[in-house]
Design a binder for this molecule. Structure first.
Ligand code: EPU
Length: 332
């Protein structure tokens, strides 16, 4: 037994960035790995499913989560230079990702600046292989320490074994199997700014990590809603990959990017063309500034979100013959 405290009828609304009304049968905060094991045992003893939540920035909860939800709060971060000269940054799963990035940038350490301002926790970052402005965390992950919930063993999984792909990973492939305890990032010894993304390409090659971070935060602020003002879960759909000869890939003026297995299209562009930009249903809507982000105008319910998701998928399917896949995970 530890000092774990679980509460019945746990309110999930303050613990995810969409701000939807949702409650869990049980829930509580997990500050140490032992709390995770104990909360799992608590759920198993009652025949209930067990769910882990980080910052709740990439989830859509069900109105009632009939299980035990543990909100990860493991904390701690350290920097070490190895014998190989590589700076390794280790952070516990419950640390804030944007604060961690700002902390390294503030020390003049480069590598994470293009991933500035992404809401959520460190532990959630490898799960969906967060990526923005030309960088994916996959490029930087040295290893991930996990608790395997099938046998409660701790394992260290090398970055190369995390099966990282666009917005995918081993942790998404096997949902519920691993609790991520900490992530170790290997930061480049020969850092140079990554200015390939449109909007960053006006910066000089001499730009510092702090200058790149500032530019990234400005781009984000101009396009993406702040979840503290308008609840949201970031990009609501994956950018779809279609065959090179798909009619949607031939459309004049449509943004498209090469992908290993075809052509990647812009879900935001497709949604805008299908009339979804700024469109509302109940308390939910697609952001007026970026059609890829579904927002909570204050009174959105889980039902509004589900109905608007279906409407948007049907509209894009009808207009372009492209199936959009939702990006945030369901909690419950
Ligand atoms: N676009 C439109 N209309 C819109 C939105 C976008 O025409 O309403 C067009 C843009 O003009 C641009 C293209 O779509 O030509 C792509 O837009 P953007 O550069 O904003 O990037 P994105 O593909 O929509 C992805 C990530 C974001 C990440 C940005 C920047 C996904 C699902 N999303 O968005 O990640 O910040 O690139 O790298 O891959 C997130 O995952 O939550 C997220 C915000």
């Amino acid at each position: 037994m530890t000092d774990l405290s679980l509460t019945e009828d746990f309110d999930l609304q303050p613990h995810h960035t969409f701000g939807l009304p949702s409650r869990a049968r049980w829930g509580g905060f997990l500050h140490r790995p032992e709390h995770i094991a104990e909360a799992l045992g608590f759920a198993q003893a009652r025949g209930l499913p067990f769910f882990l939540l980080g910052g709740g920035s990439n989830v859509v909860p069900l109105p009632f989560v009939d299980g035990v939800v543990g909100v990860l709060r493991l904390s701690g971060r350290s920097l070490a230079r190895g014998a190989d000269g590589v700076v390794r940054l280790t952070a516990a799963a419950g640390e804030s990702w944007p604060e961690l990035v700002a902390w390294t940038v503030g020390q003049g350490i480069g590598g994470l600046e293009n991933l500035s301002g992404i809401p959520g926790t460190v532990g959630a970052a490898p799960v969906q292989n967060i990526g923005a402005y030309g960088t994916e965390i996959a490029e930087l992950v040295d290893s991930v320490r996990v608790l395997d919930l099938t046998d409660l063993s701790q394992q260290v999984i090398a970055g190369a074994d995390c099966a990282f792909r666009y917005r995918q990973s081993r942790f998404k492939d096997e949902p519920g199997r691993y609790a991520i305890l900490s992530v170790t990032l290997a930061l480049p010894t020969d850092w140079a700014p990554n200015l390939g993304y449109r909007g960053l390409d006006t910066l000089p090659q001499t730009a510092t990590p702090a200058e790149v971070a500032e530019a990234v935060l400005a781009i984000r602020g101009s396009k993406l809603p702040d979840w503290r003002v308008l609840g949201n879960a970031g990009s609501f759909f994956h950018n779809p990959v279609v065959a090179a000869d798909h009619p949607a890939a031939q459309i004049e003026g449509a943004p498209r990017y090469p992908a290993p297995d075809g052509v990647k299209l812009s879900a935001g562009w497709l949604l805008e063309q299908a009339g979804m930009k700024g469109h509302r249903l109940g308390g939910a809507g697609f952001h007026a500034g970026h059609a890829l982000v579904m927002v909570n105008h204050g009174t959105a319910t889980c039902e509004d979100v589900a109905a608007l998701t279906a409407e948007a998928q049907a509209a894009v399917q009808a207009k372009f013959g492209v199936a959009l896949v939702r990006e945030p995970l369901t909690l419950g």
